[in-house]
Ligand binder design. Structure first.
Ligand code: BG6
Length: 433
């Protein structure tokens, strides 16, 4: 559905890697798809002189309040030229230490209060429960929750959205999506890359904060949440448009799922959490004592009556043999029946696979396991990038694929016992790979 509102997208941190690799290509794609409003402008805020196509560069010092007031006047003049007010999206593509002060100055300069102003933020949202609370309180002083769009790009991946639709629309799986039929769940995100030169960031972060607190807990929430009831199938309404009212319930359901999720044993962390570090990590970050984990695997369970007793394992690591994110659902083995495994491939080769038991051809009556496979690539030339969805949804004021402050806080709460344990432990449980 084409965006109709005139829109100014202000990217703060336009010279950064994310803008070049994801945001600007995403706006190009949305334009090519014919979805951008007629009146649309990208303003790239920067301190440096850089050349960039299709973007109006706006040089300013982000530490000076007066400069924000000048920016406000500039945005007013764009709207005046257009002869209409526009929605303004401030996309902060900057390190977390900087974003807090920018938020404050957007507030103090009056920019936050201009009608139809939105704030798009990248993770990390804090580094533990307390810092996340402080950050949220700080933002709440200037912006309402409705104005804030916290990005978790995993939620916007095509296959992640399909997980919701798959659960909603296939009665075979819908009816068996619970502890009576499912034995355990594994969510794995393995990466081949290391820390890619981000030594300072990674030394303060580690795999638990970087991937588990955000992406993996969100995937777990989507796997475990109750699917909101709906009269339609949740994809299109009777007018052929997106059924947004149904999607609007998704963040609340994710939050409820997170509220019920906890570590398998908060007392014996050592039994349910394993961590590791890849071999030349310490040299890479120039810290021979570093105990920062580049791999972590943890076991959780849900207190929901639908899921009691089903172990949920989250695993992620860098410098592993391949790049792959999957949700694996292991069905129970019943008497005289084999178990089945359903795999939702988030990336790469996005798709769904279920293993079936069949008779091996021949005179013997032996069983064989074969996959039944759906791959998007067999049907579509390409899939939209997550950042296209992020921008389109923010322009449509659709929060369903963004993380609420409640979800952020609950995710930190879930991993807090691990952070505490590691702080005290001194790293003796760290293994090297
Ligand atoms: C980011 C993490 O959020 O996600 C990175 O900070 C990680 O460390 C990246 O590499 C993975 O994203 P994707 O989409 O490539 O799986």
């Amino acid at each position: 559905m084409k965006i109709s509102k005139p829109t100014i997208l202000v990217i703060v941190g336009i010279s950064g890697d994310l803008s070049k690799r994801k945001l600007l290509p995403a706006t190009d794609e949305i334009f090519r798809a014919g979805e951008l409003p007629e009146k649309f402008k990208v303003i790239g805020v920067t301190r440096r002189d850089i050349a960039m196509q299709g973007v109006e560069l706006y040089k300013m010092d982000l530490e000076i309040l007066e400069e924000y007031k000048k920016l406000a006047r500039h945005l007013d003049s764009v709207e005046k030229d257009w002869g209409t007010p526009a929605q303004r999206l401030f996309y902060l593509s900057v390190p977390p230490q900087v974003s807090q002060s920018i938020v404050r100055q957007l507030g103090q300069s009056g920019l936050a209060k201009v009608p139809d102003t939105k704030l798009l933020l990248e993770k990390p949202f804090g580094f533990d429960l307390q810092s996340a609370k402080d950050l949220i309180d700080d933002i709440n002083k200037y912006f309402t929750e409705e104005q804030v769009y916290r990005i978790d790009h995993y939620l916007a991946k095509e296959m992640t959205q399909n997980l919701i639709i798959f659960r909603q629309s296939n009665s075979l799986f819908k009816r068996t999506w619970n502890k009576d039929f499912i034995e355990r769940i594994e969510i794995v995100a393995s990466e081949q890359i290391g820390i890619e030169g981000r030594a300072t960031f990674y030394e303060q972060t580690g795999a638990l904060r970087d991937l588990v607190q955000s992406h993996l807990l969100q995937l777990a929430a989507l796997t475990l949440m109750k699917i909101p009831p709906s009269v339609s199938n949740g994809v299109v309404d009777s007018n052929g448009g997106a059924d947004n009212s149904w999607w609007k319930n998704i963040p609340d359901e994710r939050l409820r799922a997170l509220e019920q999720l906890h570590l398998l044993s908060e007392e014996k962390i050592i039994d349910c959490v394993k961590r590791g570090q890849y071999k030349n990590y310490r040299e890479e970050v120039k810290n021979p004592q570093s105990t920062v984990e580049t791999f972590v695997s943890l076991q959780l369970e849900s207190g929901s009556p639908d899921w009691q007793g089903v172990p949920i394992t989250l695993t992620t690591g860098k410098a592993l043999d391949k790049k792959m994110t999957e949700i694996r659902i292991f069905y129970k083995k019943a008497e005289h029946h084999e178990s089945n495994q359903l795999t939702l491939r988030i990336q790469p080769k996005e798709g769904i696979e279920i293993c079936l038991w069949t008779k091996k051809p021949g005179y013997d009556r032996t069983l064989e396991k074969h996959p039944l496979n759906f791959s998007y690539e067999d049907h579509y030339a390409s899939l939209p990038e997550a950042y296209e969805r992020v921008l389109v949804d923010a322009m449509h004021s659709d929060h369903s694929l963004f993380t609420s402050s409640g979800e952020v806080l609950r995710s930190w709460e879930i991993i807090a016992p691990i952070q505490e344990f590691w702080k005290k432990g001194g790293g003796s449980d760290l293994t090297f790979y």
